[in-house]
Design a protein around this ligand. Structure first.
Ligand code: ATP
Length: 513
């Protein structure tokens, strides 16, 4: 099946099974805003818990906070967001569609990469075991030609982005590369303009007027302006970290690809405060820790890659993305940035307050450097859903849709089903749920055939189902069915907790880190 079709199916599956709904749907929706349904919220909460616990429980020197969405507007002046949180926009005059100029060019670079990869795949098929990929890449004329064009474009693009960005040059690149609008197919482009991504609103209303405030575009600044509060009240010593999960808002121009790019989304950010000069060592460490966290979910190492930034944001001295193989290619899920002392120095300057750290061991004061790990909950959700969604052909000729979610993240851990709705079986099933519901999320289901009920649970990723039958009333044993293998085994009710709890708990996942 083409990847685009898989993605479409995934989007409708998310809606049909209560994971994600378009916001305000009965009013025809609101662009790039989504609501999470009864299963989506459980999965989302489990992702957040996995992240939070991996930060705050597993690291003695990391604590959490929860700062407000509204902040003093000068904060966004100091952070650079008022002046520099812009996207370069370009419109196609024929389709009237608006695009990000940088994204159009990056897509063009990706096209060259695709061409090269196609050549490589073709040759690999042709030569079989004797194929030497490195040699092919360095000698094949067609590959070299594509590579040269790609590298030249890349260089030109990064020069343009680093020069401000140079908006005229971005437009010229689009013209020179003959990039067309995917809707109209024409090259009738406007000038490139800058567009600020922050939402603003008014706070208070007095005779003197009201104050313009912003909806935060990232959670990080709430951590920066509280770092000294936490350090002092928590008696934290450098190096230490502060973690936060919360909403962020960006007026994204090109909001596409479902929950990949939203206007209201959620971030999980951790700022790690270190001694100046040690930041690159910590940057390397956090890159490794974070990749391990992703890989522990078991989707396969080939689903991840680092993408080191060549164009660094004005505040960074090193930056990398962890990219995940989505149905539409490798895409950023998390950013890891070495932000220097830029933010803290700026807040010191704009607030006029001394927010330096006093090191009791060396008796000196300094502005800490910061390593940031920043991941979008919604993008993480999308990556997990897309890697888990499977359509399987079964031996009996039927097919099933199954979400092979990591058990620790699954919304429901166990479905308990009486074989029939009578003879005391429902009561027995409820008894099992009453004993287990304190440990994990259980669901009771008595409607339709057992086969149909299994399919329903497969579709929401429930790792285990238990069937209560007449025999159960005599021997207190049930049939335990495994989602992935579909194997069934007869187990004692008394053993259920021991058999399941470990396999579905976030604690077990954390222990693999
Ligand atoms: P992009 O280049 O895709 O716009 P970014 O580099 O601006 O992302 P950061 O500012 O580094 O993103 O934000 C950190 C994380 O927050 C991202 O890795 C992503 O997971 C998430 N994120 C950012 N913008 C959005 C959005 N509009 N919708 C959903 N998640 C987002």
């Amino acid at each position: 099946m083409a990847q685009e079709d898989v993605f479409k199916k995934l989007v409708s599956h998310c809606k049909e099974y209560g994971f994600v709904f378009p916001s305000s749907e009965i009013y025809d929706g609101l662009g790039a805003v989504y609501d999470y349904g009864q299963n989506g919220v459980e999965l989302k909460n489990n992702i957040k818990q996995y992240w939070w616990q991996s930060m705050v429980l597993l690291h003695e020197n990391i604590v959490g906070i929860d700062s407000a969405i509204f902040m003093h507007p000068t904060i966004w002046k100091a952070s650079g967001h008022v002046d520099a949180f812009n996207d370069p926009l370009i419109d196609n005059r024929d389709s009237k569609k608006r695009y990000r100029a940088d994204v159009l060019i990056e897509d063009q670079i990706a096209k060259y990469d695709e061409k090269i990869n196609k050549e490589v795949a073709k040759a690999a098929k042709k030569f079989g075991d004797a194929f030497d990929e490195a040699q092919f890449r360095s000698t094949n004329a067609r590959v070299l030609e594509h590579q040269a064009k790609r590298d030249a474009l890349h260089q030109r693009y990064s020069d343009a982005m680093n020069a401000g960005p140079d908006l005229n040059e971005l437009r010229q690149i689009i013209l020179d590369e003959e990039i067309v609008c995917p809707i109209s197919g024409t090259k009738n482009w406007t000038e490139v303009r800058q567009f600020n991504l922050m939402f603003s609103t008014e706070m208070g209303s007095t005779a003197d007027g009201s104050m313009k405030v912003y909806l935060r575009p990232e959670t990080a600044q709430g951590i920066f302006v509280n770092y000294l509060n936490v350090q002092k009240t928590g008696r934290m010593k450098i190096p230490f970290g502060i973690a936060q999960i919360g909403k962020a808002f960006r007026n994204e121009i090109v909001a596409r690809q479902f929950i990949f790019r939203m206007r209201e989304f959620e971030q999980m950010e951790m700022q790690f405060f270190v001694k100046p000069g040690t930041e690159l060592e910590w940057f390397k460490k956090w890159k490794e820790i974070r990749l391990k966290w992703h890989k522990a979910l078991g989707f396969g190492d080939d689903h991840y890659r680092y993408h080191d930034h060549e164009k660094l944001a004005h505040y960074a001295n090193a930056a990398t993305d962890i990219e995940f193989l989505m149905p539409f290619g490798f895409k950023e899920v998390e950013g890891i940035h070495s932000r220097t002392n830029f933010d803290l120095s700026q807040h010191e300057k704009f607030s006029g307050k001394n927010i330096k750290y006093f090191d009791p061991e060396t008796n000196e004061s300094y502005t800490p450097y910061v390593i940031e790990t920043s991941i979008g909950v919604d993008r993480m959700f999308l990556s997990i859903m897309s890697a888990s969604y499977k359509e399987e052909q079964l031996e009996n000729g039927e097919s099933r849709v199954v979400l092979k979610l990591p058990a620790a993240l699954a919304p429901v851990k166990l479905a308990v089903m009486p074989l029939v709705k009578k003879d005391g079986l429902p009561e027995k099933a409820r008894e099992i749920i009453d004993a287990l519901k304190f440990h994990f999320n259980c669901q009771y289901d008595e409607k339709d055939s057992i086969g149909k009920r299994y399919r329903r649970q497969d579709a929401i990723g429930t790792p285990y189902c238990v069937t209560v039958d007449h025999q159960t009333l005599e021997d207190n044993c049930v049939t335990l069915r495994n989602r992935d293998t579909m194997q069934q085994e007869r187990v004692a009710i008394a053993d259920l907790d021991r058999l399941i709890a470990d396999r579905v708990s976030i604690t077990s996942l954390l222990k693999t880190l």
